[in-house]
Design a protein around this ligand. Structure first.
Ligand SMILES: [Zn+2]
Ligand SMILES: [Zn+2]
Length: 63
């Protein structure tokens, strides 16, 4: 199981934990940012990393 450090206090917690077991802060801020950065291909609906000019799955050109 992967471990990550709490984004607030640095305590080592499980990567799937939503709250730090040490300071109790929610770890969702980072995940929500990542979700917003995902670009959904209008052609095939695949989720791509931001900044690409073509879909990594179906290769259609964006815009
Ligand atoms: Zn913490
Ligand atoms: Zn696509």
């Amino acid at each position: 199981m992967m471990k990550v450090n709490c984004i607030f206090c640095g305590y080592e917690i499980d990567v799937n934990d939503l709250f730090c077991s040490e300071c109790g802060q929610s770890q969702r801020d980072e995940q929500q940012q990542n979700d917003e950065d995902i670009f959904v291909c209008p052609t095939c609906g695949a989720e791509n990393a931001p900044g690409l000019n073509h879909c990594a799955f179906c290769c259609s050109i964006f815009r």
